[in-house]
Design a protein around this ligand. Structure first.
Ligand code: HEC
Length: 317
């Protein structure tokens, strides 16, 4: 008799496992096709690339295999200034494309159609690299964003863009989001203001179509610190971010946020070795009132992990 109960239990378990899998895996994929991607979703996909969590192209989450978001001020063919600078997303040869390019159906039917017919995304080649932008078109009287493959429509290659772009106009948003996920910032911070008083403090909650193709979303769960979805609009100071990440107590004396000074790596912007032990000794002297000012925070090297992270945080507008 006991065996019969076991069989009933096993079946009940099977049914609940299968239905929860259906609800969590299958139903969202049906929904997402019905939701058109917004400008924000397209920007996130193109800036972050394929995936900013664990993935086989970047197993140690070092920010490899990521596109660059570039503020283009000059025409890459003639080097004359553009009337209005625009953002383009540079995928160097070999960089994996995001899901909206690999599976346009996830953009929503109209956005997918515009991206294919006007944006020529199916002509983009990972092996050769490509340059994308967000453009706008109309379907049935509605203005909608779509992905344009500028390598096909204008003949601009990744090398052309990087030749005319200054380093300060190049943003490592995708590598920075990988740092955000790897370092566990979402343990304390959310990227999801709610439709409550949150709105007044942290800005508008996201819209449904803002997440098409984003993986992972890094919503965070349990908030111990301010929401960061719009942090770049409240505070766009790179210098404040540098001080705050090197040691949050430099700008917020009672902050519980950990130091992220190790993201500077070994050397500063000039290639000199960073002496962390000396910095901490001097900082403690300042803390104990034996120095008037804290030691200076080192300038970070342009390919350091902290640069990537700050590029990402400041992109959260
Ligand atoms: C232990 C929890 C904790 C972790 C982990 C943490 N933070 Fe914070 N963070 C805080 C707290 C608390 C504050 C508010 C006090 C302050 O400014 O330091 C804060 C403030 C901030 C601010 C300023 C917010 C504003 O509204 O101006 C930014 C930006 C920020 N954190 C980014 C990050 C990033 C990026 C990471 C991951 C590399 C991270 N934090 C990890 C707790 C945390």
């Amino acid at each position: 008799m006991a065996f019969r109960e076991y069989k009933i239990g096993a079946r009940m378990f099977g049914i609940s496992l299968a239905s929860s899998m259906f609800i969590t895996l299958v139903m969202p994929t049906l929904d997402i096709r019905a939701v058109g991607a917004t400008d924000i979703a397209l920007d996130k996909q193109l800036a972050a690339g394929r995936e900013t969590g664990f993935n086989l192209d970047d197993p140690l989450m070092m920010g490899r295999n990521k596109p660059l978001k570039v503020l283009l001020r000059n025409d890459p063919k003639t080097n004359t200034p553009l009337d209005t600078p625009r953002y383009v997303y540079v995928f160097n040869a070999g960089t994996s494309f995001p899901s909206g390019i690999l599976h346009p159906v996830t953009l929503g039917a109209d956005q997918a159609q515009l991206s294919e017919t006007q944006g020529n995304i199916s002509l983009a080649s990972k092996a050769a690299g490509a340059v994308f932008a967000i453009s706008h078109g109309t379907v049935n009287g509605h203005e909608l964003p779509y992905i344009e493959n500028l390598t096909a429509t204008k003949g601009w290659t990744p090398a052309d863009i990087l030749l005319v772009a200054k380093d300060e106009d190049v943003s490592h948003v995708g590598a920075g989001k990988t740092m955000f996920v790897r370092e566990g910032c979402w343990w304390c911070h959310t990227l999801l203001p709610e439709e409550t008083q949150d709105w007044q403090v942290f800005g508008a909650p996201p819209a449904l179509g803002d997440f098409n193709g984003e993986s992972p979303t890094a919503f965070g769960s349990d908030r111990k610190a301010p929401d960061l979805l719009h942090v770049g609009s409240r505070n766009s100071s790179r210098e404040w971010m540098m001080m705050h990440f090197f040691n949050p107590r430099l700008v917020q004396p009672h902050s519980i946020m950990p130091r992220f000074d190790y993201l500077w790596g070994d050397v500063d912007a000039k290639g000199n070795k960073i002496d962390f032990a000396k910095w901490r000794t001097e900082y403690l002297e300042y803390h104990d009132g034996k120095r008037v000012t804290p030691p200076d925070v080192p300038e970070y090297a342009k390919d350091s992990e902290i640069r990537y992270l700050i590029d990402f945080v400041l992109s959260l507008k």
